[in-house]
Design a protein around this ligand. Structure first.
Ligand code: GDP
Ligand code: IMO
Ligand code: MG
Length: 428
């Protein structure tokens, strides 16, 4: 048996999808435990690109069971749209490969509308959400008025819940100058989705526990990244769920003692989509060059990602709060061709005082001045390298320096989007 968790160690889009697909070769079950279709996880296998929003990144491994555990928020419309092409490619066959938790909260049309209306009302103070209704859906969960996936299979229950919540949602939408929703239209739409999803729905958390008790290899797939965590990230510029490794336990209902490995995924540099502080952001041509070379445009919204140097203060924080047992470093290939590479090794505040941890107060973090150290770059194209021996010495030194300064080993280095553009390492 092995229980592993893969999480994002930065602000999302670190390449979790690719890394999960690789680890999934040895997994029986891959489980999403938080977030929803704000995620965009990209897999490239034999040149074919698949972008997943809801479905776990084990789906291209035919023997792997993919589970949406109870901590996930599900937009049934998006999920069905995602299932269809995978079914046509012969990847998903009825309920064999995919299990949608009856206990997942449903992203309702009014959640999407509220998310978008609120962002519009914020004017210049936008969070830059994905507009997928994630925040309003989690709000309802905490407020104890969630519609669950199981409710989509029960007309009376759904009607009773909607009678309770819809008038308030419509009043809120009106406040933001947005259109409200008709009860009958929502009922018809959601019950329709329920029928289409019925074949995939089951008690996900109990199946995950059974898998663990049965000695299976279970891999948990995080979405977003550590610094987007609702409690431990750069609030309020965060997502509305816990994104750290601990969330796998509460999202799928397993005790922490079962977890053996926690793998953090980090780019060899850093990106962020949406608003919020980003100490190492490059506002110059170099930032632009990284964006172009790394194809740094959002997998979900297509927005350009902000780019900057790797931030080891933030990464050390991610190592701590997630209890990382190893790191996977992605996109090392994107740094090829630079004479020198900068790494942020410390922060200073506006008065020049050293700051050892990431200040979670956004205003304070906004005023942080990164302290950089330079490392020699390399000129070679490394996308065909498959072992450490084949990498230029400067590239190995750069990764080793990250491992050393973060006090965690690097077990995997990725040098391209494809499944094969990866090497196992033991750098520390
Ligand atoms: P996720 O949300 O963490 O799964 O990451 P995304 O899929 O949103 O973004 C990562 C992007 O980088 C995708 O387009 C991947 O195909 C791509 N990618 C992953 N690893 C590498 C790598 O090592 N090199 C390059 N050049 N691209 C990579
Ligand atoms: P993956 O799983 C990067 C960001 C949004 C916004 C903030 C809140 O692909 O790494 P939300 O819609 O969640 O309320 O938006 O979080 N965000 C992501 N950024 N990758 C993601 O997912 C993200 N999911 C949300 O850009 O700043
Ligand atoms: Mg992504």
């Amino acid at each position: 048996m092995s229980v592993q968790i893969v999480i994002g160690a930065q602000w999302g889009d670190e390449g979790k999808g690719k890394i999960v697909d690789i680890y999934a070769e040895r997994s029986d079950v891959v489980v999403r435990f938080q977030g929803g279709n704000n995620a965009g996880h990209t897999l490239v296998i034999d040149g074919v690109k698949t972008v997943l929003h809801h479905i776990p990144s084990g789906i291209l491994r035919p023997e792997v069971r993919c589970v949406l555990a109870g901590g996930v928020v599900v937009d049934p419309k998006v999920l069905l749209e995602e299932i269809e092409p995978l079914k046509q490619r012969g990847i998903i066959q009825a309920d064999r490969q995919l299990l949608v938790g009856a206990e997942c909260s449903v992203i309702m049309p009014y959640h999407r509308a509220l998310d978008q209306a609120r962002e519009l009302s914020r004017g210049g103070n936008k969070i830059g959400t994905t507009g997928r209704g994630i925040g309003p859906c989690y709000e309802d969960r905490v407020a104890r008025r969630s519609v669950f996936v199981r409710d989509l299979l029960d007309k009376e229950k759904l009607q009773a819940k909607l009678e309770d919540v819809l008038p308030e949602k419509n009043a809120l939408l009106k406040l933001h100058g947005a259109e409200g929703f008709e009860m009958s239209a929502i009922m018809d739409e959601m019950l329709g989705y329920g029928e289409s999803l019925r074949q995939y729905v089951g008690e996900a958390n109990s199946e995950v526990r059974e898998a663990i008790n049965g000695g299976k290899n279970v891999l948990f797939e995080g979405a977003q990244g550590t610094l987007l965590d609702i409690g431990l990230g750069t609030y309020p510029f965060v997502t509305s769920s816990h994104t750290v490794s601990g969330a796998a336990c509460v999202g799928a209902g397993i005790g922490p003692r079962f977890v053996e490995e926690v793998i953090g995924v980090s780019k060899a540099y850093c990106t962020r989509v949406g608003a919020g502080p980003f100490p190492t952001e490059l506002h110059d041509e170099l930032g632009q060059a990284l964006r172009e070379k790394g194809h740094e445009f959002g997998s979900t919204t297509g927005r350009p990602r902000r780019c900057g140097w790797v931030d080891l203060v933030a990464l050390r924080y991610a190592v701590q709060v997630n209890g990382l047992t190893s790191l996977a470093i992605t996109k090392l290939d994107v740094l090829s061709g630079l004479d020198t590479i900068q790494m942020c090794v410390a922060y200073k505040d506006a008065n020049g005082n050293l700051v050892n941890e990431v200040p979670l107060d956004s205003e304070q973090l906004e005023g942080i001045v990164p302290v950089y150290e330079s490392m020699p770059g390399w000129s070679e194209d490394i996308t065909e390298c498959r072992t450490l021996d084949e990498l230029p010495e400067a590239a190995v030194n750069y990764v080793r320096e990250i491992a050393k300064r973060c006090d965690v080993k690097v077990n995997l280095v990725s040098v391209g989007p494809g499944r094969k553009a990866t090497m196992e390492t033991d750098l520390r």
